[in-house]
Design a protein around this ligand. Structure first.
Ligand code: ARG
Length: 459
């Protein structure tokens, strides 16, 4: 007999039973569900809605069920539909009729909202710890490479010399925003919905504040309809996860590109690469590719959640049961990807010489030649034109800008002098960009120190 079977004369069709059961995936919430029920039962006893002895019996029963689930000795039933009714059913089987008092003043609608919020608060914290590990890895890499010159790109065409440390710090900033975004997201998860009932609250004088405090929430939800209907917080988390994946996928794309023979800026450690079943020479950056690919899954989860919630009338609708698989998938995927990316970065080899060599070609110092002229009083736009012509000439003659002779320079502008050559070395180009936020070694060191400070609040 179903827990809700009173008004039914027929049993549920077997097909329907399978179709609407969520126990296969929501059993993941067993701990939150039982912890929430214990707080609810204690409060019912405290408020005199059930006796304190009844509350104590229920709590002891729930604690035992929790221990047994963790020991792997509890089998859930598809027929009991979801984790909430499975636990309640087992409780009543074990402690008898008093178990049937647990659900007083509560609905599965506010119960499931509570469980997901509790689950997600932990998931946010765990995701932040993984981000923190990745951030520390990035800072170490940056610190080791403040003087590793490399070409910076726009349009994937060589642009200006930068340092590898600086390049890595760009990712540091992205993941720092992700850390902050999760803290912000956590604020809106941190509302305790019990007391909302099915949709209209309850006539029992529940002490919502007591349950909030026991479960460690910052606030109680302010409207019973919204308390059971809101899944914004799950969507927000998945949006945060999507941005983390976006950042990971950009990083991984660069790692993939840099591991090609054409770039050869890095090599993946053997432990983070895989071979080909046919081509003996291959060493493929599969891990980075998978992270890039899994970004699509998380975006899919976000789109799924948004679409499930779109246009739903208040209050609870069964559509909302579909929230869990998408949310769990987003949590699992983003956490796995963060977990694997940190050691992949740590173990890869940075091929400094190739980076420095790469920084040389492609006229990466052309801006600096123009800047040189501008600093000698030539209007920048005119300097740009002069250097553009020199670049054209150099491309035809297959020369680098620093290979032109001084008389050749002076033939196009009398502002050129012998100090030009020191001014336009790759190293000088990078060192001279010491403006705050720039790639110069000293600036990068200062940014690393600031970055370490910024991480302190998340440790
Ligand atoms: N398994 C349900 C879910 O995940 C729990 C809430 C069910 N409520 C209901 N009235 N059917 O959404």
């Amino acid at each position: 007999m179903k827990l809700w079977g009173g008004r039914f004369q027929k049993t549920t069709d077997k097909l329907v039973e399978d179709f609407h059961s969520s126990i296969s995936f929501d059993q993941r919430l067993y701990r939150q569900d039982i912890t929430g029920s214990i707080a609810h039962a204690r409060m019912l006893g405290q408020c005199g809605i059930i006796t304190t002895e009844e509350a104590a019996q229920i709590i002891a029963g729930l604690e035992q069920i929790l221990a047994d689930i963790e020991a792997g000795t509890v089998a859930f039933e598809v027929g009991a539909e979801d984790i909430h009714m499975n636990v309640e059913k087992i409780l009543t089987e074990r402690i008898g009729i008093v178990g049937k008092k647990l659900h007083t003043g509560r609905s599965r609608n506010d119960q499931v909202a509570l469980d997901i919020r509790m689950y997600l608060k932990d998931a946010v914290k765990a995701t932040q710890q993984l981000l923190l590990t990745l951030e520390n890895e990035i800072l170490q890499l940056a610190e080791a490479h403040v003087e590793t010159w490399m070409p910076g790109y726009t349009h994937l065409q060589k642009a200006q010399p930068i340092t590898f440390g600086h390049h890595m710090l760009a990712y540091f900033q992205m993941f720092l925003r992700d850390l902050e975004r999760l803290t912000d997201c956590h604020k809106r998860i941190d509302y305790m919905p019990l007391g909302s009932g099915a949709l209209a609250g309850t006539t029992f004088p529940l002490d919502r504040e007591m349950v909030r405090a026991e479960l460690g929430f910052a606030y109680v939800t302010a409207n019973s309809l919204d308390g059971v209907s809101d899944r914004d917080f799950a969507i927000e988390f998945t949006a945060c996860a999507s941005l983390i994946m976006l950042h990971l996928s950009r990083l991984c794309e660069e790692l993939i590109l840099w591991s090609t023979g054409e770039f050869a800026f890095i090599s993946m450690d053997d432990a983070y690469a895989t071979g080909s079943s046919i081509m003996p020479q291959k060493k493929n950056p599969d891990v980075a590719e998978l992270v890039r690919g899994k970004t699509g899954r998380v975006y899919g989860d976000l789109m799924g959640l948004l679409t499930i919630m779109k246009g739903l009338p208040l209050a609870y609708n069964k559509d909302m049961q579909e929230d869990k698989e998408a949310l769990f998938d987003a949590v699992d995927t983003v956490q796995k990807c963060l977990l694997v990316t940190a050691p992949m970065l740590k173990t890869m080899t940075v091929r400094k010489e190739n980076m420095a060599q790469g920084a040389k070609g492609g006229f990466t110092n052309a801006t600096d030649v123009a800047d040189y002229l501008a600093k000698k009083g030539v209007p920048f736009r005119a300097a740009h034109e002069i250097v553009g012509k020199l670049v054209l000439e150099c491309s035809e003659r297959k020369l680098a800008l620093e290979e032109l002779t001084l008389p050749e320079y002076q033939a196009v502008s009398s502002a050129f002098a012998a100090d030009l050559y020191d001014y336009i070395t790759v190293e000088h180009c990078a060192r001279a960009r010491s403006i705050p936020g720039g790639p110069a070694p000293q600036t990068v060191l200062a940014a690393i120190a600031q970055g370490k400070k910024a991480l302190e609040i998340f440790a």
